[in-house]
Design a protein around this ligand. Structure first.
Ligand SMILES: [Zn+2]
Length: 119
């Protein structure tokens, strides 16, 4: 925990001011806990990806350059080289409205949608 967060969490930050609203403090503590949980999960996912990549590199003739070339190719596929892949919504076959591929069914009419595994 960084010093600023520690001061806030212990109440030292508010020592000379009004007492924080207990509900606000509880919500802040919950958000901090959730953020820490997400950070741990992200670190774990990055570790798994690195382990998988090191295995692929060892067992094949692929190189780090091949990986970075593919990353740039995927990044650029949406028209923006910005370090992420933006997924466009798909059009529902039944109602013809745009809907997310992250959902198993159309948001509007519940028609089944072919999900994108990387949604
Ligand atoms: Zn629909």
């Amino acid at each position: 925990m960084d010093p600023f967060t520690a001061m806030f969490a212990t109440g030292a930050f508010h020592a000379t001011g009004p007492r924080p609203d207990p509900a606000a403090r509880k919500a802040a503590d919950k958000a901090l806990t959730r953020t820490e949980e997400l950070e741990l999960r992200l670190q774990r996912a990055l570790l798994v990806m690195e382990a998988m990549w090191s295995l692929v590199r060892e067992k094949t003739d692929l190189s780090d350059e091949d990986l970075t070339d593919r990353m740039l190719e995927l990044d650029a596929a949406d028209g923006h080289v910005d370090g992420r892949v933006r997924r466009k919504p798909t059009i529902c076959e039944r109602c013809e409205r745009p809907t997310s591929r992250r959902l198993p069914r159309c948001f509007y009419c519940s028609h089944p949608i072919a999900m994108d595994p990387f949604g």
